[in-house]
Write a protein that binds this ligand. Structure first.
Ligand SMILES: [Zn+2]
Length: 225
């Protein structure tokens, strides 16, 4: 049953907070990856190769203490035990896995306290296809045209704002949108959850304002406005 709302749901792109006081990276010592998933419609590979257990490695700490959210390998990310517990307790959805991480050591990249407080981490994967990108209302420059309307796997050259297709959202609080590979999108509920608990190393940008343009290509030429 769909509930009509006068305002469209809002979404945010979730990234790590570079240079923040909880900035941290993870380096895996194993290279254990599995087979990529396939698109249910065209059969092409979608997403990165899944990172399989055991998840062992080193935390590269740039901030004061390691944050609640750490980039992993491929599409997988590390989240702290505190975040896992709150995520489950509040019934949020969109993450798979929850495999424990073995942190072999914490390598400090900057001066700080001798023994940083390091949480236990778990590896999770945001679901793919929680919603789809609205190609007409988004400003995404693609390296090749979209050939499959389900997976929409293309190279992306630049992003100058993303809008999700109305009605395509399945209700997940965290997911990878079809047409936006490599980025994690979260619901407004998830954004509130992060703010309320004060989870660290998480940077949330409203999808409409999200920009990614490493080669300064600008917005696509056909973009409105
Ligand atoms: Zn496909």
């Amino acid at each position: 049953m769909a509930i009509e709302s006068s305002t469209s749901p809002r979404f945010f792109v979730l990234k790590h907070e570079r240079g923040g006081s909880h900035d941290v990276d993870f380096t895996s010592i194993d290279n254990n990856v599995g087979e990529a998933s396939r698109c249910p419609q065209c059969g092409d590979f979608i997403g990165s190769l899944p990172w399989l257990p055991p998840h062992r490695g080193t935390l590269e700490l740039y901030g004061k203490d390691p944050g609640d959210f750490v980039r992993g390998v491929g599409d997988e990310v590390l989240i702290s035990e505190r975040l896992v517990e709150a995520f489950r307790a509040e019934g949020l959805t969109g993450l798979r896995g929850f495999h424990p991480v073995e942190v072999l050591r914490v390598r400090r990249q900057r001066r700080g306290p001798k023994t940083p407080t390091t949480p236990r981490y778990f590896v999770v994967t945001p679901v793919i296809g929680g919603a789809a990108v609205d190609e007409h209302r988004s400003r995404i420059q693609r390296s090749s045209p979209i050939t499959c309307n389900w997976c929409r796997e293309t190279g992306v050259d630049s992003i100058h704002g993303v809008v999700l297709e109305q009605g395509s959202w399945k209700g997940d609080d965290i997911f990878t949108a079809r047409g936006l590979p490599g980025s994690i999108v979260v619901s407004e509920r998830f954004a509130d959850f992060v703010a309320r608990h004060g989870f660290t190393n998480m940077k949330l940008t409203p999808t409409e304002e999200y920009t990614w343009d490493p080669l300064r290509r600008g917005p696509p030429p056909s973009s409105p406005g």
